[in-house]
Each structure stands twice: as structure tokens, then as C-alpha cells.
Design a protein around this ligand. Structure first.
Ligand code: NAD
Length: 411
């Protein structure tokens, strides 16, 4: 082993321990070809890249293809894949070409929301399994088309709502479903976040070199290039995303559905949404929103105030499950129970009011492992296409109730 490589391994081990992750790079072990999973990544800049890196930590995963419409990002990620895992994927500007590679078993879709539907459907048609990022799609109709395609082509599809694989949320759900909170009547959700206001306004500009902007727009309406509605900040414009309402809504509203195992579309949605602040920032999605979802025997509420980095319980985002006997408050790191009667113990777990998980595997690690296991077993993954569709409908309906001008929609 060369000194350079030894140095690299040492550095990787140190940074991985710092991030509570133990690396198990695929190239470090011999894996039988039958146990190998060959993957391709579509959309390499931010989340897609994180998800791929995560997959490559698992034994037997090989990256055969990288695809992006931005040549600069493609080149950068190619170098990184080589450096970090000693693999040499083929590079593609057109995902359809990548899907023609018969050796690729599964693809990760890490593109903006307006691309998820077409790419998932094409991938299913090509016989690939799919890890598709959330929200499932940018419209309700696209979500429904995706469910149909996954079932028709019989593919394993994991939706990137990693909280469905999380140890913290699984434990919180077990507690809620045990009945120890009493009757669960309300689930209050909030998500603030600085990034929800978009990026500073800028004039339209020339398309950056190396970017196929037509292919970035894809199914969205044609328009001139503007840096404030491109990489990362596209999520604040209706043609490509739904703002905080869908970006975080699908993660957190899903917890409210999971608590009562709700598997149906929303029936009634009441919503207020407005842009009230940060006028120098470019966005169409609302910086301020309150939404009410009346359910059969409980009510879900959603609140966001984009541009703020704090919220109730000193938490930037969170979910409050309000029961007759106690309220459980959770985020991705911890959950805690506040009993109504402070003198009465709810059960043993009350002696540990906070459950903290700092173990080796984070939510995305677990979600990815579950996906890889399901590719082999052909079982349903933790976040099915139906889970992804249902919660997307709740999130989109919040936005649609406001955009319709009615403030209320009945399904
Ligand atoms: N699960 C999570 O916690 C989580 C976190 C962040 C983002 N996401 C989701 O991941 C997705 C991507 O978000 P992001 O922040 O990485 O966006 P991003 O803008 O940073 O990256 C998107 C990438 O896709 C590429 N792309 C666009 N159109 C393409 C096409 N037709 N073919 C190939 N590549 C194309 C872009 O060039 C860019 O490199 C979104 O759906 C987002 O909601 C999920």
C-alpha cells in the first residue's frame, strides 16, 4: 500500500469516527458477484451525492454510473468517487443513456422535485430498482403515476424519507402506540429554517458553461436562466418545488400519519400562506404558513416561518404529539415526554425523559441498508411508494389550498 493511500485511509477513518460513522468501503472486501449491487446516480450535486456515498459504505455496492446535466458537478463527483472508493463510473449527461446499461441494478434519483416522476418511471420501465428523493413529485398527478409504474413494473422503490428507518422515530412511535400518552388528539408540527426564504434576488444571466439548462428544466416551462432559481434554490419556485411546506412537510407530516397508521389521502385542508418578510430574497413559495388537517379522530397542524432558526421548545423543527395523559415531543435526535400530572410517573421510561441516539448509524445509513436488503429480498422497503405519495398529497394540498385562493380544499 502506498504512503499516499495509507494517509488517505487514516484521514477517512478519523473523519468518519468524528461523524459517528464506521466506513466499510466496498472495495475493501471481496464480494461474490451475486451479492454485488451496481448502482447509478442521477443528480450528483447535494443530496444525491450524500446518498450515493452512503450506499458505497455498504459492502458489495459498486457505482457504475454518474449522471448530471451540469458537467462541472459531474467531473467533480467523478474525481471524488475515484478518490474515496477507487471506482470508475461511466459519466452521463442524459439519464436515459445510463438506464440502458444492463449491469446497473438500481438508481438513486437526487434531482430537483420536478424531475422525480419521469426519471422514476423510466427507471422502472428499464427494470431498475430506485431510491428516489422526497417529496415524491411536484404534483399530485405525478405521484399517482409513479405509484402505478412501481406496481406495474414490480420494482423495489424506497422513497428518501429516512425518518421511516430512524431509531428515534421508531422508538417514539412505539411509545405513542402503546397508549401511554392517553388519547392522541393533536399533532402539532413546525419547521422554520433560514434556507426557506430562498437566495438573494439576482437578474437573469447567461447559462453557466457546462450546464445543459434545457435538460435541467425538463418538464418545467421554458424560461431564461436565473441563478436564484437554480442549484439548491429551485425549491422556492412552484415549477420545481413547494418550499418548506413540501421540503420538510413530507418528513414531518409523515410522522403524524405514522402515529395512527393513516394510509389515505387528506380529506379536508385549511391553510394560510403569505410572503411577509425578506423581500430581497427570491421565492414564490410562502415564507409564512399555517395549515390544519382535520382527521377522523385527531387533528394535524403545520406551521412554518422561513428565515428563523428557532421554534417551540427551542427546536428549529419538531413534532408535538398531544395526548390526554402526556405530550411527546420529538425531532431527529431525541424524544421526550411531558406528563400532564407531573407527580405521576407514566412508566419506567419517564425516568429517562430524553432518549438520545448517538450510535453509529444515522437515519440515512439505516434507510439505505434497508433499501439494499430489499433489493435482495424483494420485500417492501420502510418507505414505500404509497407512503411517499400519501404524505406528498398532504403537503401539496397545503400549498394548493392557499394558491387556489380558497384557503380550504375538500378532497
Ligand atoms: N431526504 C433528505 O433529507 C433530503 C435532503 C436534501 C434534499 N433532498 C431532496 O433531494 C433532491 C435534490 O435536492 P438537492 O438539494 O440535492 O438539489 P441540488 O440542486 O443541490 O442538486 C440537484 C442536482 O440534480 C442535477 N439535475 C437536474 N436536472 C437533472 C437531470 N435532468 N438529469 C440529471 N441531473 C439533473 C442538478 O444539476 C444538480 O446537480 C430534492 O428532491 C430534495 O428535496 C432530500
Amino acid at each position: 500500500m502506498s504512503n499516499k493511500r495509507r494517509e488517505f485511509l487514516k484521514k477517512t477513518a478519523v473523519s468518519a469516527v468524528g461523524a459517528h460513522i464506521i466506513p466499510a468501503w466496498s472495495w475493501s472486501k471481496q464480494v461474490a458477484p451475486s451479492d454485488q449491487i451496481n448502482v447509478g446516480l442521477i443528480g450528483c450535486r447535494n443530496r444525491g451525492w450524500g446518498v450515493l456515498r452512503n450506499q458505497l459504505k455498504n459492502e458489495g455496492v459498486r457505482c457504475l454510473g454518474l449522471c448530471d446535466v451540469d458537467q462541472n458537478i459531474l467531473n467533480e463527483r467523478n474525481v471524488q468517487v475515484h478518490q474515496e472508493s477507487n471506482q470508475k463510473p461511466k459519466l452521463y449527461l442524459d439519464f436515459r443513456k445510463m438506464l440502458e446499461d444492463k449491469d446497473i441494478d438500481a438508481v438513486i434519483i437526487g434531482t430537483p422535485d420536478h424531475w422525480h416522476c419521469l426519471q422514476t418511471v423510466y427507471a422502472c420501465q428499464a427494470g431498475k430498482d430506485v431510491y428516489v428523493e422526497k417529496p415524491l413529485a411536484n404534483t399530485i398527478e405525478e405521484c399517482n403515476i409513479m405509484v402505478e409504474a412501481v406496481r406495474r413494473y414490480n420494482r423495489v422503490v424506497q422513497v428518501g424519507q429516512q425518518q421511516r428507518s430512524s431509531a428515534v422515530w421508531t422508538e417514539a412511535m412505539r411509545f405513542i402506540k402503546s397508549g401511554k400518552l392517553g388519547t392522541l388528539r393533536k399533532v402539532n408540527i413546525w419547521a422554520n429554517f433560514n434556507y426557506g426564504i430562498g437566495s438573494p434576488k439576482q437578474p437573469d444571466a447567461a447559462v453557466p458553461q457546462g450546464v445543459d439548462f434545457d435538460f435541467w428544466l425538463g418538464p418545467a416551462p421554458l424560461r431564461s436562466f436565473n441563478p436564484a432559481r437554480f442549484h439548491g434554490s429551485w425549491r422556492h419556485f412552484w415549477d420545481y418545488g413547494g418550499g418548506l411546506m413540501t421540503d420538510w412537510g413530507v418528513h414531518l407530516i409523515d410522522m403524524a400519519l405514522w402515529a395512527k397508521d393513516v394510509t389515505h389521502a387528506p380529506t379536508t385542508v385549511m391553510a394560510y400562506g403569505e410572503n411577509l418578510s425578506f423581500e430581497d430574497y427570491a421565492r414564490e413559495t410562502y415564507d409564512t404558513m399555517s395549515v390544519i388537517y382535520p382527521m377522523e379522530d385527531y387533528v394535524i397542524t403545520w406551521q412554518h416561518a422561513a428565515g428563523l432558526q428557532n421554534g417551540p421548545y427551542n427546536m428549529l423543527y419538531g413534532v408535538e404529539f398531544v395526548g390526554d395523559k402526556a405530550t411527546l415531543v420529538a425531532n431527529r435526535e431525541k424524544w421526550m415526554v411531558n406528563p400532564e400530572d407531573k407527580s405521576k410517573s407514566i412508566d419506567k421510561e419517564k425516568s429517562q425523559p430524553e432518549s438520545k441516539h448517538k450510535e453509529v448509524l444515522n437515519d440515512t445509513d439505516l434507510h439505505m441498508q434497508n433499501f439494499l436488503e430489499c433489493i435482495k429480498s424483494r420485500e417492501e422497503p420502510n418507505c414505500t411508494i404509497e407512503n411517499g405519495r400519501n404524505v406528498s398529497l398532504y403537503a401539496h394540498m397545503g400549498n394548493l389550498a392557499v394558491r387556489s385562493g380558497e384557503g380550504k380544499l375538500v378532497w
